[in-house]
Design a protein around this ligand. Structure first.
Ligand code: MTE
Ligand code: MO
Length: 410
């Protein structure tokens, strides 16, 4: 081979590889200098924007994962363009095209009468509208040490949007759930990252009791709009209070199982915590891990942002939200003296169960200097947020440590 033809050969090989990895042709590929990797595939292959999102922090774009800066989470209802995204696979073509032809939802397994429903048929069940928190179980992962692999969520892997849909229980009752039913498993249309059509990106579920809970929904609308492509168009499952991963997007099937669902990311250490506390960094055998169910009580400070300067003569207005997988939040406190004393804040009732609750408070600082505001929620089950990161776990789930912000009183 001549030097030129060898160069062209190498160029062709790498272009084909790049093109496959990007999932796109590279029209000007012949101009790409040999040895130069496309930016989108480089060491930090993160696009700064995701179509449909504004202001979010993109952690990865293949698959798409982005969190919301905590100060942008102040709305009672998180707008669609600010709601975090957690994808495990590629976006389904249907979500991007908005095409409904060929879509249906199948309910099968341990049911007397399997159902296959069009979206119009799903919509015929009694409609409910609920503001619901969706939180990724990995939200807060960045706080663990030794660090856990995966997206380094800080505080913004959470949102509370208004959803319209029907109760899953009404559909399941129509199908006639058998007494052998113990769990449901969902399937969605999102292709596996490898492109292998026999693999699912994720297929999780919940025990039948949670599936039949009146708050577990099948939803097609988010904040008054058809479910956005990134959030599961045309239909998604919502299991509020539980790991976001149980709320299957781009839903096509619910399999009623006679055993705990064993789909992708149900087994091993995925979405599981050690059954007993372990020292940080421990390797925990699979049989010592249990499935995460209710997410722990948590709160955020949405205003002010950390690091502000504040005039010591003025009261400082604090605001945020609090929520828990175990029911309503009962009390919300803040401290400006590193936890010596606590001020009970004004806490609103949730709009409905599993919506987050607004808290507000005004504090005054005694003198100029450095302060921290610590924020701590307590739920009606009596759980309180810990001051430091809770029990270390191999995948870095369920970090509900109090949020702290820095204030310079001047
Ligand atoms: N089909 C499908 N459903 C899915 C996922 C996914 O990758 N594919 N991600 C899950 C995870 S891990 C989370 S935290 C939530 C995120 O929902 P959101 O992207 O609407 O915020 O969706 C869940 N449902
Ligand atoms: Mo998640």
């Amino acid at each position: 081979m001549s030097t030129t033809s060898r160069r062209l050969f190498l160029q062709g090989t790498s272009l084909a590889t790049f093109s496959a990895a990007l999932g796109l042709p590279i029209p000007f590929g012949r101009n790409l200098p040999l040895g130069l990797t496309p930016v989108a595939l480089g060491a930090d292959p993160v696009l700064e924007t995701i179509p449909g999102k504004r202001g979010v922090r993109v952690m990865s774009d293949r698959p798409i994962n982005c969190e919301t800066p905590v100060t942008l989470l102040d709305d009672d209802l998180t707008p669609n363009h600010l709601h975090f995204v957690r994808n495990n696979g590629h976006m389904p073509a249907r979500a991007e095209s908005g095409e409904l032809t060929g879509w249906s939802l199948t309910i099968d397994g341990e049911v007397a009468k399997p159902l296959t429903l069009s979206l119009d048929e799903v919509r015929k069940y009694p409609t409910v509208e609920r503001a619901l928190v969706v939180e990724c179980a990995g939200n807060g992962r960045a706080g663990y040490n030794p660090p856990a692999s995966g997206n380094q969520w800080t505080l913004g892997g959470v949102g509370c949007a208004l959803y319209k849909g029907v109760r899953l229980r009404d559909v399941l009752k129509d199908a006639g759930v058998k007494s052998t039913a113990v769990y449901i498993g969902y399937y969605g249309e999102d292709p596996h990252l490898s492109g292998d059509p026999t693999k699912e990106s994720i297929s999780r579920g919940v025990p039948i009791a949670k599936a039949l809970d009146e708050n577990t929904l099948l939803v097609w609308e988010m904040n008054g709009e058809p479910l956005p492509a990134l959030h599961g168009f045309p239909l998604r499952l919502l299991c509020p209070g539980w790991p976001g991963s149980t709320s299957g997007k781009w839903l096509t099937r619910i399999w009623v199982r006679d055993q705990i669902h064993d789909g992708t990311k149900m087994t091993g250490d995925a979405y599981r915590l050690p059954l007993h506390p372990v020292p940080p960094g421990t390797e925990v055998p699979d049989d010592q891990m249990g499935i995460i169910e209710e997410l722990p009580v948590k709160s955020i400070i949405t205003s002010p942002g950390t690091g502000i300067e504040h005039a010591v003569a003025d009261a400082l207005a604090l605001r945020g939200h609090a929520w828990s997988g175990f029911g309503d939040v009962r009390e919300m406190h803040v401290s400006i003296d590193f936890g010596q004393t606590w001020i009970k804040t004004t806490l609103q009732k949730p709009r409905n169960k599993y919506a987050w609750q607004r808290w507000t408070e005004e504090v005054k600082f005694p003198t100029t200097g450095y302060y921290e505001v610590w924020a701590r929620a307590t739920d009606e089950a009596g759980h309180m947020q810990p001051m430091v990161v809770p029990g270390w776990n191999p995948k870095g789930y369920c970090n509900n440590a109090m949020q702290r912000i820095a204030i310079k009183a001047v």
